[in-house]
Design a protein around this ligand. Structure first.
Ligand code: MRU
Length: 365
């Protein structure tokens, strides 16, 4: 990565301003045309930033929620001399935790990060709130630092599945903009690029919110990686042409049996990959693996506004007024379509109930 401060790769996706205790993010809805950094300290603004995808991508949402709940907790008013200082603080903390948790339903990282912050606060029951806040700040920063380590490890593990000169297809944005550094699906690509692998990437544009076009193509180009943008309905031809040696995607939640929720259209790509014999890899931090969810049918799929399909990005509506619209933000890729799930602790293969359990056991050591 170069030293250019304006390069998107050198701007923090999610950060905590330690002087002002504000959550600082890039407003991703404006990319790639405008790089606007926004600072948030109000509950409604943080909720809206997550809900409107100003900050998005499962790991980045988790980090934003961890920093966000700290930023909000600092502003909870408590009487430091009162004997019930902790109880008053915890009641408001819990309300804010649940509120942020309701911003988006599918990515488990949101719940995971808030749950981790909750566990910490509960473990300090009865302590002075100032001390609890110090620990919360450190925990939020740790979650961010771990995210960088996790993505690097996913990159190293994923790179073992790639040979120099490979054509790689990816869907949505599981890149640096979806995490703190490297990305998940893009981590092997970034590491391969650094090591002279000469990779050729195809980025699905990813309708309706165009994360592939606006974000993946943008960040890979900014890194000097050879990237070609295609519409979502072109991936079959690109595979049939023999241009794709492997597919790498991210995910929002992995169920216990290896079914995966990821951006709408992922299951279509996985189905085509099977048809054309292209390995289909899902990159998943263990924070995205939800052992409490048995299978894909149990994952709640976020439904989003119709206007994202009919109006967004167009100068005028591109569908008849009042037409019924179905706009799920994610789909489920069945585990039998997945060649392997790449985590920071190793690569899981079928049967996933066993391999994911082994990886989760390793992550808890
Ligand atoms: O709706 P988004 O943009 O948050 O969806 C993002 C994805 O589907 C990503 O593939 C997933 O969160 C993994 S990000 C490392």
């Amino acid at each position: 990565m170069d030293k250019d401060n304006n390069n998107i790769l050198n701007i923090e996706t999610v950060d905590l301003d330690l002087k002002t205790d504000e959550l600082v993010i890039i407003d991703q809805t404006l990319l790639p045309n405008k790089t606007e950094i926004i600072r948030l300290s109000k509950a409604e603004d943080i909720w809206e930033a997550i809900n409107l995808l100003k900050v998005r991508g499962a790991p980045a949402i988790g980090v934003a929620a961890a920093i966000g709940i700290y930023v909000l907790s600092v502003r909870i008013e408590v009487d430091k001399n009162a004997s019930d200082e902790y109880e008053v603080f915890y009641k408001e903390f819990a309300r804010l935790r649940d509120y942020l948790d309701s911003a988006r339903p599918t990515a488990v990282n949101l719940h995971w990060a808030l749950n981790r912050m909750d566990k910490l606060v509960k473990s300090m029951e009865g302590e002075p709130v100032a001390k609890v806040l110090d620990a919360m700040r450190q925990e939020a920063l740790d979650i961010k630092a771990e995210d960088i380590w996790v993505c690097k490890q996913i990159g190293e593990n994923g790179l073992t599945l790639i040979k120099p000169g490979y054509g790689i297809l990816t869907h949505c944005n599981a890149g640096k903009l979806a995490v703190c550094k490297y990305g998940t699906a893009t981590a092997p690509i970034y590491l391969g690029h650094e090591r002279g692998y000469n990779l050729k990437v195809f980025a699905d544009e990813t309708r309706p919110l165009l994360q592939g076009a606006r974000l993946t193509a943008y960040e890979l180009m900014s890194a000097g990686i050879d990237v070609t943008l295609i519409c979502d309905n072109m991936s079959g031809l690109v595979m049939r042409n023999g241009w794709v040696d492997a597919i790498f995607v991210g995910c929002d939640r992995v169920a216990r049996n290896g079914d995966v929720a990821n951006k709408i259209g992922t299951s279509m790509v996985a189905t085509l990959a099977k048809r054309y014999n292209v390995p289909f890899y899902v990159c998943a931090p263990t924070s995205t693996i939800d052992m409490d969810t048995a299978c894909g049918d149990d994952i709640k799929i976020e439904q989003r506004p119709a206007a994202e399909v009919t109006d967004m990005w167009y100068n005028e509506p591109m569908a008849p007024k009042g037409v019924g619209v179905y706009n799920p933000a994610f789909d489920i890729t069945d585990n039998d379509l997945i060649t392997a799930i790449v985590t920071e602790y190793g690569i899981a293969r079928a049967p996933y109930t066993e391999s994911l359990k082994a990886i989760m056991d390793l992550s808890r050591k």
